[in-house]
Design a protein around this ligand. Structure first.
Ligand code: FES
Length: 568
């Protein structure tokens, strides 16, 4: 090791402080000569309340093996775990809090390099955001997807939840059958088994160069996940040796690569808000427009749910992300990944084993698969839509607004016979943004009312300042900025207003005169969320709008080397 190890500021001390730093660690049975080795922190989000990450204790053991094999000293530490399915009101409210936990846990401790165990949706951005703010050598092990569920001989996966919801609305499913489906759904530990947000985040991580090649697609319970965890343990030791830090990997070029890859893999719209937040932590000036400019014309090379047919398991068997990267190599930039090589170099040997799942660039599953950014008086700072998940015939559409003031209003009225709605309507949901929910929940893909489903209508244009689950689909305009809770134009929409969506021309317009909007604004007041304490108050005081990644204003910006004072 050429450079003095950071951990030596603790364990290299003599006298009282050295005694205190080492002696208490020795109560775990650690020999004295371990204290000169690189200390590798394994940041673990294991929790029985986060079932997607339920295998992370085993995964951490594999990482430790790799660290020890390479001559390091692994130390596992817990951080806040964000379980998507259980946490209310939404894990997104806590993404920034978890990132602060990660940042301070790493910074305050004698750690030379970090392995992040990422899985369920928000664990990946929160851990990368936090680690990026400290900027030590860091590698990610993505936990991997669950095995595909099977019910009555057919695959069952997360995207089916939305279809199940429609059947429940129609009274076509008994509760006993739902219980049976649940048992057939969750066949193994691991995150959602489609290209939802967790898989999108795993792909983003690999495309950014923050994990070893191939990591994203390996299923959670495949023995090769343990192998790549072990290899990541070895790799972090090289990163410490070479002093290859997060900021050496997360370059502007790396973000551009990830945008291209996200489009080609049909990634979730949540990708946008998390990428903006991560870029903010390393001082990269990424904007909403970059996603459209760099990614919207990229073709779809994966045939994975929710946009396609297959599942994450199939993605792995077909060759995984290296196949996609190889196909995109002419669009990707040379910039070092965690192992010092570019993602293109890392993927040069990739082979496509199933062209039903992974397409060649010259014969894609779909053209122009990336996320599109629209602007207009309804979203002055932008909004996003994923055309690959939308209905082609609705991408240019004019309709009358059916407004829900908040998610409670939506739930109360959506199946009322009195709801005035038809297939041409535009459903509008207010107060679902970063401040308004609070936490920017995944409610933007409002399920359609029974009266439309009964007519065979399965999609209408929907507009909100919320997000959409990466496993969902529909013609949904999301992340409207500024959000309604801060007085964005969305707050002023009334039932019957005309809304014009024109995706090819990148516009979303509320066809109401400026004078009328000014008059409505005079009568508008922000919602009272009734929260006056704790983290949520801190969040409300400092969270930024979606077009800035919904990070806290005081966490944005290139990390600084904070000098730590002695604790004793
Ligand atoms: Fe954890 Fe879907 S609920 S990834």
């Amino acid at each position: 090791m050429g450079k003095q190890l950071r951990s030596q500021a603790w364990f290299g001390q003599t006298g009282r402080n050295g005694f205190i730093y080492r002696a208490w660690m020795k109560n775990q049975g650690i020999p004295d000569d371990e204290f000169g080795k690189p200390i590798i922190g394994i940041c673990n989000t294991w929790s029985e309340l986060t079932p997607c990450n339920a295998h992370f204790r085993e995964l951490a053991e594999s990482v430790k093996k790799g660290v020890i094999q390479a001559g390091g000293f692994p130390v596992e530490f817990p951080v806040m775990s964000l379980g998507e399915t259980l946490m209310k009101p939404t894990t997104m409210l806590y993404r920034n809090l978890a990132s602060m936990d990660v940042e301070e846990s790493i910074r305050a401790n004698p750690i030379d390099g970090v392995v992040l165990l990422c899985g369920c949706d928000k664990t990946t951005p929160s851990l990368i955001m936090g680690a990026a703010s400290v900027d030590l050598p860091t590698i990610v092990v993505s936990g991997g997807a669950m095995l595909t569920g099977r019910y009555k001989g057919k695959p069952l996966a997360t995207s089916d939840v939305w279809r199940i919801a429609d059947k429940v609305t129609m009274g076509e499913l008994e509760d006993s059958e739902i219980r049976e489906m649940e048992s057939c759904f969750g066949r193994s530990k691991g995150h959602c088994m489609v290209m939802g947000t967790a898989s999108t985040m795993a792909v983003m991580t690999e495309a950014l160069g923050m994990s070893l090649p191939g990591c994203a697609a390996i299923p959670a319970v495949d023995s090769r996940k343990k192998v790549i965890a072990q290899m990541s343990g070895r790799e972090i030791m090289k990163m410490v040796e070479d002093d290859r830090k997060v900021s050496d990997v997360l370059t502007r070029e790396a973000f551009e690569n990830a945008i291209v890859v996200n489009s080609a893999t049909g990634g979730s719209s949540n990708f946008v808000v998390h990428m903006l937040a991560i870029a903010g932590r390393v001082g990269i000036d990424l904007t909403l427009d970059d996603f459209d400019t760099i990614g919207s014309q990229v073709p779809l090379l994966t045939n994975l749910q929710p946009a396609g047919e297959f599942y994450m398991e199939d993605f792995y068997y077909a060759g995984g992300l290296p196949v996609v990267v190889k196909e995109l190599s002419h669009l990707l930039k040379e910039t070092p990944a965690v192992n010092g090589k570019s993602i293109v170099e890392n993927s040069s040997d990739a082979e496509n084993y199933d062209k039903n799942v992974l397409a060649e660039f010259k014969e894609p599953f779909q053209e122009n698969a990336g996320i599109v950014v629209v602007y207009g008086n309804l979203c002055e700072r932008g909004a996003v839509i994923k055309p690959a998940a939308a209905s082609d015939e609705l991408l240019v559409h004019t309709g009358k607004a059916v407004v829900f003031e908040d998610i409670e209003d939506y739930h109360a009225r959506i199946n009322s016979k009195d709801l005035q709605i038809d297939g041409t309507s535009v459903m509008v949901l207010k107060n679902a943004g970063p401040k308004g929910y609070p936490g920017m929940a995944e409610v933007g893909n409002m399920a359609l009312p029974k009266q439309l489903l009964e007519k065979g209508i399965t999609d209408v244009v929907r507009v909100s300042d919320g997000r959409m689950s990466g496993t969902a689909f529909g013609t949904t305009v999301l992340h409207v900025s500024p959000e309604s809770a801060v007085g964005g134009t969305l707050a002023l929409v009334e039932n019957g207003d005309e809304i014009i969506l024109d995706v090819p021309n990148r516009t979303l317009t509320l066809n109401v005169t400026e004078d009328e909007l000014v008059s409505r604004k005079e009568n508008w007041s922000p919602p009272d969320l009734g929260i006056k304490r704790g983290y949520i108050q801190l969040y409300l005081d400092h969270v930024e709008q979606a077009d800035r990644g919904a990070d806290m204003d005081f966490l944005v910006g290139k990390s600084v080397d904070v000098k730590l004072r002695e604790s004793h």
